[in-house]
Design a binder for this molecule. Structure first.
Ligand code: ADP
Length: 611
């Protein structure tokens, strides 16, 4: 009889290799084991553990007992170092220290370089990850990176929000001190240059109170006036520094005044070369503005109060009439892009801006957004407890188990028995996102025996209270977690943990959540609208099996959503092989900017002027 045999009555039995491994590790994890002492010392040195409660050992044991066979794989794959989280950790698992998130080294090197290289400058209110609220930030960073890797010179101009964490900026340096006009005064302004995840950024910092506060939006200053100032300050900076890019690419209403300022003011001064592209990410926000407010940036507001310029057509005859910065941007830009072909069609058919878009149809096009595959890469993602990719998906099971443990959701373990499908919904909690469908999904997923995690941030107090009520009702229970906050780190972990990603939007210009979810192996369940209709195709639609990749519903009623969720659950539970095939397929879909940035390059080339 050796160390791996046990005595049962008169006979001795030799233990199976997996049971021996469990015993060995149980022994190694015994508090007196020298290895445990060494590991504990090593880990105590990491800030992540210093204030955490010591749950890691017991979680590790539980995991081992559930799936010993896979754990042999885990041990040899290096997963044994995972510090399993618990809901009672003092530092929640998504707030631990992660290795630095500098993805500049992940920029694809094998991308073919373009000929006829251009200088492109994005002027934007958001940029991921340092000033991101939603998809706008992702899009600007992803498109900029893709154009950089094709050889173009790219800069992003961003307000220097007080809330930006400066440690995320490399090589930050003051480059220009100048004055920019606002409301009768010349405001001393600083321009800084820095690198953010490999992309050059110029930060505009006025000496006024603009852009102060804890968040990107919602500070205690007049947002409209702040972005009017910013739009002019970017052009002013170009003028004082003699910077003449080929393209100034503006985004959303916040920078809608820039095309007007450019053509009616700065082009009359020294800026001759640039041409202007406006991308509209969401028509709902149109930059409502009075004539007097527009005048604060130095334009004569009354000149723009006409139907063919920036007058909001719905206010004709009202006292006072209103302007729209987005409409002005549409009229004055050389090209207008929106973020998916289906949203292009939808916006030409409905909404008050449709008549303006129809009038400008020859310069209006739809280009589907991509995702930044350097930033969203499950094979290298620093926020994940285990990495994975389409050919090696074990790490995804670890991520699911990790998140379940961390949020106190029951789990059958890493492999065997972890049969509850996990649905995630990561979204701004606004009406556009289908709030009643999200709340209904919470109920229905529970009825179906699944688990659901909502990560959402509400800007409206009433919505926040409604979801707080739901969180209070469910968060102690066995299947639902509602987390009302913004967390980039947690969002990465949830996409990785999820079996399904739910996007039940009432309208959705493009939507990134379904594309990111797919890259992380979460099968999309979406409403057929806008960019969701361009990226998710129903599995049961036999007319196009080669592109089928998710579950789609059309109605905005609960029954339509039920039907899609029921179908996805039945695939997951009753056809595991097919399900695994779908998971692999969605991970392999190329929704990257590398694939789609070429369409923007074609737009830029079509309007640039040779100098
Ligand atoms: P939108 O731009 O309308 O907000 P998109 O789907 O285009 O919607 O992009 C949303 C982006 O914001 C995605 O990267 C998503 O992961 C992220 N996001 C949304 N809500 C949250 C949240 N509460 N915490 C972290 N990330 C979030």
């Amino acid at each position: 009889m050796d160390a791996f045999s046990v005595q049962r009555g008169n006979t001795s039995t030799r233990l199976s290799p997996s049971t021996r491994l469990t015993i060995l590790l149980l022994h190694l994890n015994h508090p007196k084991s020298p290895r445990v002492v060494a590991v504990a010392k090593r880990k105590r040195n990491k800030k992540t553990l210093s204030t955490s409660k010591p749950h890691s050992c017991s979680f590790k044991l539980q995991a081992l007992q559930v799936g010993a066979d896979i754990n042999e794989g885990l041990v040899s794959s290096g997963y044994e170092d995972i510090v399993w989280p618990s809901p009672s950790d003092e530092i929640p698992f998504w707030k631990r220290d992660f290795s630095s998130w500098d993805i500049s080294s992940d920029v694809p090197v094998n991308v073919q370089k373009d000929s006829n290289l251009m200088h492109l400058v994005h002027v934007t209110a958001e940029m991921a990850p340092i000033a991101k609220v939603g998809g706008l930030g992702d899009v600007v960073t992803g498109l900029a990176r893709a154009c950089l890797s094709r050889g173009h010179k790219v800069d992003i101009m961003l307000p220097f929000y007080e809330c930006i964490q400066k440690q995320q900026i490399n090589e930050l340096a003051l480059i220009t001190t100048y004055n920019s006009y606002h409301d009768g005064n010349w405001v001393p302004t600083n321009a800084y240059r820095g690198m953010v995840s490999g992309i050059p950024v110029i930060f505009i910092e006025p000496s006024s109170h603009f852009f102060k506060g804890q968040y990107v939006y919602g500070g205690s200053y007049n947002e409209l006036e702040a972005y009017l100032f910013f739009s002019r300050a970017c052009l002013e900076w170009m003028q004082v520094t003699g910077t003449q890019p080929d393209i100034i690419h503006v985004h959303e209403w916040q920078t809608g005044a820039l095309p007007m300022l450019y053509w009616d003011m700065y082009h009359q001064l020294s800026l001759q070369k640039p041409r202007i592209v406006l991308t509209i990410h969401n028509m709902e926000h149109y930059g409502e503005c009075s004539k007097e407010q527009l005048s604060k940036c130095g334009l004569d507001g009354s000149i723009y109060a006409t139907v063919d310029k920036s007058l909001d057509d719905r206010t004709i005859g009202h006292n006072p009439e209103r302007l729209s910065l987005l409409k002005g941007g549409i009229v004055y830009s050389n090209t207008i892009v929106t973020v998916s072909p289906t949203y292009l069609k939808e916006t030409l058919c409905s909404g008050w801006l449709s008549s303006t878009l129809i009038r400008n149809r020859d310069k209006y096009c739809g280009i589907l957004n991509g995702i930044d595959t350097a930033m969203w890469n499950p094979a290298t993602d620093v926020f994940l407890p285990a990495r994975f990719h389409a050919q090696k998906t074990e790490g995804k099971k670890i991520c699911k188990y990790f998140v379940q443990r961390g949020l106190g959701l029951p789990s059958g373990g890493i492999t065997a028995g972890n049969h509850a499908p996990l649905v995630v919904c990561i979204t701004r909690l606004v009406a556009q996102k289908g709030l009643h469908l999200i709340t209904h999904a919470i109920k229905h997923v529970e009825e179906l025996g699944g688990q659901m995690i909502v990560l959402g941030k509400a800007s409206d107090g009433r919505v926040e209270r409604e979801f707080e009520g739901l969180a209070n009702l469910h968060n102690e229970g066995p299947s639902i977690r509602i987390l009302l906050m913004y967390s980039e780190e947690l969002s990465h972990m949830l996409y990785a943990a999820a079996d399904m990603v739910l996007v039940p939007s009432i309208y959705e210009p493009c939507g990134l959540a379904q594309m990111i979810g797919m890259r992380y192996g979460a099968v999309p369940v979406v409403r057929k609208t806008g960019g969701l209709a361009d990226t998710v195709f129903d599995i049961d639609d036999l007319s196009q099996p080669e592109i089928a990749n998710g579950f789609v519903f059309e109605g905005i009623d609960e029954g339509s959503l039920n039907c899609a969720l029921d179908r996805s659950f039945s695939y997951y539970q009753e056809k595991p092989n097919e399900w695994n095939g779908i998971v692999r397929k969605v991970m392999e879909i190329d929704n990257s900017w590398n694939n789609t940035a070429g369409k923007y390059i074609d737009v830029y080339k079509s309007i640039r002027v040779r100098w």
